[in-house]
Design a protein around this ligand. Structure first.
Ligand SMILES: Nc1ncnc2c1ncn2[C@@H]1O[C@H](COP(=O)(O)OP(=O)(O)O)[C@@H](O)[C@H]1O
Ligand SMILES: [Mg+2]
Length: 308
């Protein structure tokens, strides 16, 4: 067993074609290549129907690729062992309503052969982590959507997984609930820095604030896969400079440091007073959706949409 693997998820040339009957088929994903190094927080971004859940189900071994190969922590999928490495949050987690949060976690823990003091300690730790300690003895029936989601995340973590896969963990939540899940994912990452977190979202904001890497899917095809830092690298950093001329204040936008320096020296020689310089960090939105990804536009909630 390779414990010293460097890659948590390796997807090589994977396609999934769904046969939908009457000789028809539908593309789930097409020729997907992804390599997730250990300890990353990776956002899988894409509009509805772009292949996010299909990708996730294939990593889990729930769906078999039509072609290509997948391995998890150095082991070929599907196998019993890869499944045991992964903590999974499905798109719409459901629980029996009549049990309390704590008894549900106990139930799932026992399914994974945990018991006694060890399980109890683990559950206390997890309830604390997902901020459900106060509600742990209430029936799940009374839980809000956000609380249910947090309980499902605790469930995904019971087995101390090496890899976490969350399918749309923020979907269907109000802004406060989204923020809760976002900070929870951040907390999980600092508690388990070794474990990669791979999660899908159709909201750019969620990805931008949390992820070290982003994969952008569109119609089953990978458009971009790289580190956020790389994407936001300031190769064409913009500066906004305000100068006071003899009569008025002017604001000028300059592209890159060369332009900035040239402008400052001109201002100086003309005797203008530079009152402020602001550097504008490129946003992920700009980086992801310029030319190469024309056809993707952002709607008001920040989620990419495919134009007809
Ligand atoms: N079981 C299935 N049978 C047929 N088509 C499917 C099935 N699952 C997904 N698809 C199709 O594959 C594409 C990708 O779907 P999905 O992976 O669920 O997208 P996402 O999770 O990004 O919304 C969609 O066109 C969807 O209709
Ligand atoms: Mg989905």
């Amino acid at each position: 067993m390779s414990m010293d693997h460097k890659t948590d998820i390796l997807i090589q040339g994977v396609s999934k074609i769904f046969r939908t009957g009457f000789g028809k088929s539908k593309i789930g994903v097409q020729n997907l290549n992804l390599e997730v190094p250990k300890g990353q927080v990776v956002g899988l971004l894409g509009p509805n129907g772009s292949g996010k859940s299909t990708t996730i189900k294939m990593i889990l071994g729930f769906l078999r690729p039509t072609s290509g190969k997948i391995s998890v922590c150095g082991h070929q999928v599907p196998s019993q062992i890869t499944r045991s490495f992964i903590g999974y949050l499905p798109e719409n987690p459901r629980f029996p309503k009549f049990l309390s949060g704590r008894s549900l976690l106990t139930f799932y823990g026992r399914l994974l052969s945990l018991s006694g003091k060890e399980l109890e300690t683990r559950i206390d730790f997890l309830l604390d982590l997902v901020n459900l300690k106060g509600a742990s003895d209430e029936k799940v029936q009374g839980y809000s959507k956000g609380m249910t989601q947090r309980l499902a995340i605790a469930q995904a973590l019971i087995n101390k997984p090496r890899l976490l896969i969350f399918d749309e963990p923020m979907s269907g939540l109000d802004p406060l609930g989204r923020k809760d899940i976002r900070s929870l994912i951040g907390r999980i990452h600092s508690e388990l820095p070794e474990a990669s977190i791979f999660f899908s979202s159709h909201i750019l904001e969620d990805i931008e604030q949390l992820c070290s890497m982003v994969a952008l899917l569109k119609k089953g095809q990978l458009q971009t896969f790289c580190s956020i830092d790389e994407l936001l690298k300031s190769d064409n950093q913009k500066f906004e400079v305000s100068v006071r001329t003899s009569k008025e204040t002017e604001v000028k936008t300059l592209n890159g440091t060369d332009e900035l320096i040239e402008f400052l020296s001109q201002s100086k020689s003309k005797g203008f007073l530079v009152s402020s310089i602001n550097s504008q960090r490129r946003t992920l939105e700009e980086a992801l959706f310029r030319d190469g990804n024309a056809g993707m536009k952002l709607n008001r909630t920040g989620s990419p949409e495919v134009q007809p």
